[in-house]
Design a protein around this ligand. Structure first.
Ligand code: FES
Length: 108
């Protein structure tokens, strides 16, 4: 296994329509699970004022920030217009229902 991929756990460990936080030395990363069992990862900081996206509600492929309701696209990390800004995204892959997180940020 490529060492830059971190094993996060089983898909079932992440609540559906919710997230689980992975703490790394650099930052906290929120790993989200959609209704359709897709998995995405973003820096756990809203591009607005740094709210914890991991505590937001997932809907479709987006998460709504719990602080001021900005909607962030999980697949790009970008805020939904008319809001502007983006948060860092990370690659995730699921193999045999085990979730792996890449610790290399993907440029927004
Ligand atoms: S901090 Fe997320 S919407 Fe304001």
């Amino acid at each position: 296994m490529d060492p830059e991929w971190l094993e996060v756990g089983h898909l079932e460990d992440i609540p559906r329509l919710g997230a689980r936080v992975v703490r790394t030395p650099q930052e906290d990363i929120a790993v989200f699970r959609t209704a359709g069992d897709e998995v995405f990862a973003l820096r756990d900081k809203c591009p607005h004022k740094g709210g914890p996206l991991s505590q937001g509600i997932v809907h479709d492929r987006s998460v709504t920030c719990p602080l001021h309701n900005w909607c962030i696209h999980l697949d790009s990390g970008k805020a939904r217009a008319p809001d502007e800004g983006s948060t860092v995204r990370y690659d995730v892959r699921v193999e045999n229902r085990t979730v792996y997180l890449s610790l290399s940020p993907v440029a927004p």
